[in-house]
Design a protein around this ligand. Structure first.
Ligand code: G6P
Length: 364
C-alpha cells in the first residue's frame, strides 16, 4: 500500500500522530447518552445471550494479543465476567476445551493472520460462538466470525501497530461497557466510563505534545543493551506491549514483568546497565508500585516512570493525563510508542520495515 505520508518521515510517526482522530472514529455513533449504553451494530449478540456468557476468551497474535489482555481486564472489571487473552497460535495447538457458555473473541488488525484464522475455524468446528475485533473491513477473520466490532483505525502501513492497538483497546472498552450495562454495571458507572472515553482524544493530543521531551529521554536510554518493563494488573499489558514495540523496531532486547514478580527472579538482573521502564498509575496499586521502584533504586537501577505524578525514586518521569482507572492503560502506552520510535530513530533503524518481520503473517 502506498498512502501519503502527510509530511511525516515514516508511516509509524504518521500513525502515532493520528490517534486522537482514530479514537474519535471508533467512538462515533456508538454511544447512547440517554441510557449510558453502547450500540454495536455488527455484534450479533442479543441481551439474553449476553447475560448467558460465563467466560470470555480472547485470541490474537503479537500486538493484538496484548490489546486482548487489556480488553480482558476491561471486560472483567466492567462486565464482571471472567476473561482472559491467549496467543491464538498457542490456543489452536492445545486441543482446547470448547465451552458453550464461553464467548470467544478473535482480535486482528489485518483480519488475515493465519494463526488467528485457524483458531477461529477450529472453534467453529467445535460449535463455538466467535466474534471478531478487526480493523480491515471484509477481511478473512471478519468474514469467518459470527459478528463483531470494527476498530475503524484506518489503514495502518507501518509493520508495527500503534493506532490500531489503541483503537482495538477502545473497541474493547465499548464492548465491556455494552456487556456491563446488560449485566451489572450501574447507569452512574456507565456514565463515568462514557465521559472517560470522550476525554481520550484530547488527552492523547496532550501526550503527543510532549514528543520533544520523550525524544530526549529516548536518546538518553538508547545506549542500553537491554531494558526491563514493569507494571501491575492493568499496567502489566502496557509493559508487555511497550517492550514488544521497543524490540521490534530498535532491536534492543526488552522484557516485561509484572512488578509483583520482580522479587521472584528478575531483581537479580537489576544493575545500572539495565534500565527499567515502570508503569505507575495513580490507582489503588500506587503504593505497591512505588515499593517496586524503591527496590530497583536500592540496586542502583535507572528508572523511567510513566505516571500521573512525578515519581521521586525515578530518574525521569513521563507525565500522562489521568482518566478513569479502567481507561488509564489506553493512555499510558502512547508515550512509550514515541519512546520506542525515537530510540529506533537514534539507532538508525528501518522503522517502517523492521528486519525479519511482516505486517501480516498469512502463513503458518
Ligand atoms: C505480525 C505483525 C505484528 C502484529 C501481528 C498480528 O506479527 O508484525 O505487528 O501484531 O502480526 O497481526 P494482526 O493483523 O492479526 O493484528
Amino acid at each position: 500500500a502506498s498512502y501519503d505520508m502527510g509530511g511525516h518521515d515514516t508511516y509509524m510517526h504518521k500513525e502515532i500522530s493520528e490517534q486522537a482522530d482514530a479514537v474519535d472514529r471508533v467512538l462515533r455513533g456508538r454511544i447512547d447518552d440517554r441510557f449510558s449504553t453502547v450500540h454495536l451494530g455488527g455484534l450479533n449478540l442479543d441481551a439474553r445471550e449476553a447475560r448467558g456468557i460465563r467466560r470470555v476468551k480472547i485470541l490474537g497474535c503479537g500486538t493484538s494479543y496484548h490489546a486482548g489482555l487489556i480488553g480482558a481486564g476491561l471486560i472483567e472489571s466492567l462486565a464482571r465476567v471472567p476473561a482472559d487473552s491467549e496467543p491464538a497460535s498457542e490456543f489452536r495447538y492445545r486441543n482446547p476445551v470448547v465451552d458453550p457458555d464461553t464467548l470467544y473473541i478473535a482480535v486482528s488488525q489485518s483480519g488475515e493472520t493465519y494463526d488467528v484464522l485457524a483458531a477461529v475455524q477450529e472453534l467453529k468446528r467445535k460449535g463455538a460462538r466467535v466474534l471478531g475485533v478487526v480493523n480491515v473491513v471484509g477481511s478473512a477473520i471478519a468474514r469467518e466470525t459470527d459478528g463483531g466490532v470494527y476498530v475503524h483505525a484506518g489503514p495502518e502501513v507501518c509493520v508495527v501497530s500503534t493506532k490500531c492497538f489503541t483503537n482495538t483497546v477502545v473497541a474493547f472498552a465499548l464492548l465491556a461497557l455494552h456487556l456491563g450495562r446488560i449485566r451489572d454495571l450501574s447507569v452512574a458507572d456507565g456514565k463515568r466510563i462514557i465521559e472517560g472515553l470522550r476525554r481520550l482524544p484530547a488527552q492523547i493530543s496532550e501526550i503527543l505534545e510532549s514528543e520533544d521531551e520523550i525524544r530526549k529521554l529516548a536518546d538518553e536510554y538508547a545506549d542500553a543493551r537491554s531494558m526491563m518493563f514493569i507494571g501491575r494488573v492493568r499496567g502489566y499489558p502496557v509493559a508487555l506491549e511497550a517492550s514488544l514495540k521497543l524490540k521490534e523496531i530498535s532491536y534492543i532486547h526488552a522484557e516485561a514483568y509484572p512488578a509483583s514478580e520482580l522479587k521472584h527472579g528478575p531483581l537479580a538482573l537489576i544493575e545500572p546497565a539495565l534500565p527499567t521502564v515502570a508503569i505507575v498509575p495513580d490507582d489503588e496499586l500506587l503504593e505497591k508500585n512505588r515499593a517496586a521502584l524503591e527496590e530497583i533504586k536500592a540496586r542502583s537501577g535507572r528508572i523511567l516512570a510513566v505516571a500521573h505524578q512525578e515519581q521521586e525514586k525515578a530518574d525521569h518521569t513521563i507525565l500522562v493525563p489521568k482518566n478513569e482507572d479502567e481507561l488509564d492503560p489506553i493512555l499510558m502506552g502512547i508515550p512509550l510508542q514515541l519512546f520506542a520510535y525515537h530510540t529506533a530513530l537514534s539507532l538508525g533503524r528501518d522503522i517502517d520495515k523492521p528486519r525479519n518481520l511482516a505486517k501480516s503473517v498469512t502463513v503458518e
